[in-house]
Design a protein around this ligand. Structure first.
Ligand SMILES: *Cc1c(COP(=O)(O)O)cnc(C)c1O
Length: 307
């Protein structure tokens, strides 16, 4: 079966670690075909459902998840419908349509679009969740297989958390590569900190609303599995501001000439700002999760509103 993601570069960054003594390794998921690590898990899930008999795919994400479903459908030769709310940016719709998917704009918010998507879900149509599906985690786990086969075992790994699909996949990959003891710095922005809320409450609760420009981290409640992992793996919550996330994007652009979303800048800022947890570490891997929801002018607009 065709593999929909690529093996991404793992590079050592000399410019990013000025605040830390550690070697910093960057896993550049921004270079995946649809601009983020979503190509891995969503690609895997789409392939699985089609092998199992699905003839069409449906998504209700106007972000990187929806784009990954559109990309996977094109590669696998099946039709894709993406239902998005009226708040979705034109650029996101254009990118999804460029992959050949049909975009239906309906509803004032994501919940309404999602309900409509669910109505379209009939026999032979697979609904692809953005993060809460073991098949997605299985696909994301390949990130760790690749880092491990490159011969690197870090003493900390940094990633961003939205709904926690990436986190679930990374832990899955760690377990099968004997990395059970590698702690994970789970980075969220203030206002999209649903994992942190659940951590504090020691309950699988969510937050009432999303209040951050890092929209790819905007899941009101993390997957139940992500919550359970708090008791199974060493996961350290780390919250950054939108401003930190934007600065992370700018610094990374200057250092490595790659433009990423604030959802990704958030993780990078933890390293740039020499976050306490990383202070005594020797080898740190950062998942540079990427994201297509960013342009130079959009980044500049955000910079204006966060300062
Ligand atoms: C989806 C996404 C995230 C969050 O991933 P989850 O699996 O929802 O935790 C972070 N960054 C980018 C760029 C994304 O597309």
């Amino acid at each position: 079966m065709t593999r929909l993601h690529i093996n991404t570069p793992l590079i050592e960054s000399l410019s990013i670690n000025k605040e830390l003594d550690a070697n910093i390794w960057l896993k550049i998921e921004a270079l995946q075909p649809c601009g983020s690590f979503k190509a891995r898990g969503i690609g895997y899930a789409c392939k699985k459902y089609i092998t199992d008999g699905a003839k069409e795919l449906i998504s209700s994400s106007g972000g990187n998840a929806g784009l990954a479903v559109a990309y996977s459908g094109r590669r696998l030769g099946v039709p894709v419908t993406v239902v998005v709310p009226k708040t979705t940016k034109k650029r996101a719709i254009d990118l999804i349509e460029l992959e050949g998917a049909e975009v239906i704009v309906i509803g004032e918010n994501w919940d309404e679009a999602h309900l409509h998507a669910m109505e379209l879900k009939k026999n032979n149509v697979a609904y692809i969740h953005p993060f809460d599906d073991p098949n997605i985690w299985e696909g994301h786990a390949s990130i760790i297989d690749e880092i491990s086969s490159a011969g690197i075992t870090p003493d900390a790994l940094v990633l961003s958390v939205g709904g926690g699909g990436l986190l679930c996949g990374v832990v899955k990959g760690m377990n099968r590569n004997n990395w059970k003891d590698v702690p994970i710095l789970a980075v969220e922005t203030k206002g999209a900190d649903s994992l942190y809320a659940a951590t504090l409450a020691k309950k699988h609760i969510g937050i009432d609303s999303i209040n951050s420009i890092a929209t790819s981290l905007g899941a009101k409640k993390v997957a139940k599995r992500a919550f359970e992992l708090l008791n199974e793996h060493q996961i350290i919550n780390h919250i950054v501001t939108d401003k930190d996330a934007i600065n992370g994007c700018y610094r990374f652009l200057e250092d490595h000439r790659i433009l990423v979303e604030p959802a990704c800048g958030a993780s990078l800022s933890a390293v740039y700002n020499g976050c306490d947890f990383l202070k005594d570490k020797q080898n740190v891997v950062v998942i540079v999760c990427g994201g297509v929801g960013v342009t130079m002018s959009q980044l500049e607009e955000w910079r204006q509103i966060v300062t």
